[in-house]
Each structure stands twice: as structure tokens, then as C-alpha cells.
Design a binder for this molecule. Structure first.
Ligand SMILES: Cc1ncc(C[n+]2csc(CCOP(=O)(O)OP(=O)(O)O)c2C)c(N)n1
Ligand SMILES: [Mg+2]
Length: 298
């Protein structure tokens, strides 16, 4: 994995080390394996620490792996580097994969992640702002992360800074009025150094969106288009594909924010949990875990 680490150090200057073609071909495999590894860690640590938002965390694994191991520019050894791309994780209750990745990168101390949700760690179940740990904004009360991300992106442009801001939001969260006010502002002011990624797992807390407020599964796309956006829809559990889509968004301007709607499965990875509403906040029992995994076949 040594040579891959060189390639995936996205903060290397463009003229960085010469990359062997076979190493490039391994990129897709690397991202898929990394996603498996992060899923393992999320499941293991959250069950051990009795932290219940496992399912909403599992739906975000692949998009976060694509961002942190391929797309985003940042310096693991200098988390406060001014030029770093920002990630605002708006659906703050599902932050366990983000913790696992930041710990894997050495940004978050391993002890903090290992003990999260217990008195031995400063990391809580929902996100608190700790930029020194790579956590850019406090989120958990839904509907607040995107407005903050719009502010960061707008501010960057205003100050002539080159970083890109990403925001991960839930599809249920997209029912919050503040999300639309933020998008309206971003469209009106041409904030195109921003990418909103919607974790479209079709569930909000304990029920399906269409059984709560949405009329049908295309409601979100219609609303986004109505606000002047051009959402790109893509599979949410294939990290190499997500990396391509997100890199394109990061590196192109378009006069309006980029929106990627990632079609995901809540609880992705554990058979007992996938698409099962009661697992929004619930630790699986031993016998449920015995049903097995749906990943790891890469
Ligand atoms: C303002 C606000 N209202 C309600 C809640 C309670 N709540 C926590 S998670 C959640 C469901 C969110 O659904 P979604 O955004 O789709 O995230 P998912 O769990 O599917 O990843 C709700 C309603 C909250 N945290 N904040
Ligand atoms: Mg959802």
C-alpha cells in the first residue's frame, strides 16, 4: 500500500512523484477496500461504545472515502491549513464514518475516536465544531450545516481564497426551510465553489420520506431544479464513481452550486439494518449481526 499512499496524498504539488500506470489502475480498488475498512471500523467501534446512529453513518461511508482519499485538498499534518477544502457534515447525527476517516488520517487522535460517545473522549454522538480535529462545524440540529457551508464558500470567494466547500446533508434534512433559503442565496449570488452532496437514503429517522412529507421519490430533484440547480444523480455506494463526480464538481465552475444526489441505502453493509427504519438509532443484537454483511466482496 506504500506507493498508493503517495498517489493518494492529494495535497502533493501537481508536479509530485511520478506515478506508475499500474498504481493509477489500483485507485479504484484502493477506494473500495478503504470503504470496506471504514465500514468495519464504524460497526466495531459504535457497537462497542453503544452509539446508536450506525445506519445513518453507514450510508455516508463511500462518499466520505471518495472525498478524503481522493478529491479534497487538505493536509493531515496541518489540519488548520488555511487553503484546506472544507467539509460541513450537516446531518451531524450520522458522523461516525467521518470520525473513523479522520482518525485513519491521523487528524483525529486514535484515542478520541476509540472512546467516542463515552466519558473517555471529547467526541459526542453529534458533531461539535473542532477544526483542529477536522470538524469544521457543529451540526446535529438539522438544517444548519448547509447555511454555514454557503457562508464559508461565499466568504472564500469574497476573500479570493481557492478552497472548495463540500456539504453532506440528509434527504430528510432537505425538508428544512433553512436549507432552501441557503440554496436560494447561493444561486442568487453564483456560489459555485460549493458542492452539496445529498445522502438520498429515502429514510428520515423512523420512516420513509414518502410516508412523511414527500409526495414521491422525485420530489427532491424537482425542487432542486425549481431553485435553478442542476443536480447530478449517482450511485452512492461506489467510491470510485463518486470520486469522479465529486472531482468534476470541485474542479469546475458553473455559476450555481453543484449538487450531487447520491442514491444510498441506510444501514448499508449490515443485512439486518439495510432499509429498516427502526435502525435509525439502534444497536444491533448478536443474532441480528449473525445475518451477515453485504460488503467485503471487492
Ligand atoms: C431540527 C431537527 N429536527 C429533528 C431532528 C431529529 N432527527 C434526527 S435525525 C432525523 C432524521 C433525518 O433524516 P435524514 O436527514 O434523511 O438523515 P438520515 O438519518 O436518513 O441519514 C431527525 C428528524 C433534529 N436532529 N433536528
Ligand atoms: Mg435520509
Amino acid at each position: 500500500m506504500g506507493s498508493l499512499n503517495i498517489y493518494f496524498s492529494v495535497n502533493e504539488p501537481k508536479c509530485g512523484p511520478f506515478i506508475q500506470p499500474e498504481t493509477l489502475m489500483d485507485k479504484s480498488r484502493f477506494l473500495r477496500k478503504k470503504a470496506d475498512e471504514i465500514r468495519d471500523r464504524v460497526i466495531e467501534v459504535s457497537i462497542r461504545n453503544k452509539a446508536g446512529h450506525i445506519a445513518p453513518s453507514l450510508s455516508t461511508v463511500d462518499m466520505l472515502v471518495a472525498l478524503y482519499y481522493d478529491v479534497m485538498r487538505y493536509r493531515p499534518k496541518d489540519p488548520l491549513w488555511d487553503g484546506r477544502d472544507r467539509l460541513v457534515f450537516s446531518k451531524g447525527h450520522g458522523c461516525y464514518a467521518l470520525y473513523a476517516i479522520l482518525a485513519d488520517k491521523g487528524i483525529l487522535p486514535a484515542k478520541e475516536w476509540a472512546g467516542f460517545y463515552t466519558p473517555s473522549s471529547s467526541l459526542s454522538g453529534c458533531l461539535e465544531k473542532k477544526p483542529e480535529y477536522g470538524l469544521e462545524a457543529g451540526c446535529g440540529s438539522l438544517g444548519h450545516g448547509l447555511p454555514m457551508a454557503v457562508g464559508m464558500a461565499f466568504g472564500a470567494r469574497f476573500l479570493g481564497k481557492k478552497f472548495h466547500t463540500f456539504c453532506v446533508a440528509g434527504d430528510g434534512e432537505m425538508q428544512e426551510g433553512s436549507m432552501w433559503e441557503a440554496l436560494q442565496y447561493a444561486v442568487r449570488h453564483g456560489v459555485d465553489n460549493l458542492t452539496l452532496i445529498v445522502d438520498a437514503n429515502r429514510l428520515q429517522a423512523m420512516d420513509f420520506l414518502t410516508d412523511v412529507l414527500d409526495r414521491n421519490t422525485s420530489d427532491l430533484l424537482k425542487r432542486l431544479r425549481g431553485f435553478g440547480l442542476k443536480p447530478v444523480v449517482c450511485p452512492g455506494h461506489y467510491a470510485p464513481g463518486l470520486a469522479r463526480v465529486l472531482a468534476r464538481a470541485r474542479n469546475s465552475r458553473g455559476k450555481v452550486p453543484h449538487v450531487v444526489v447520491a442514491r444510498t441505502v441506510k444501514g448499508r453493509g449490515l443485512k439486518c439494518m439495510e432499509n429498516v427504519p427502526k435502525f435509525h438509532f439502534r444497536i444491533p443484537e448478536e443474532k441480528e449481526l449473525l445475518m451477515g454483511k453485504t460488503y467485503g466482496r471487492n
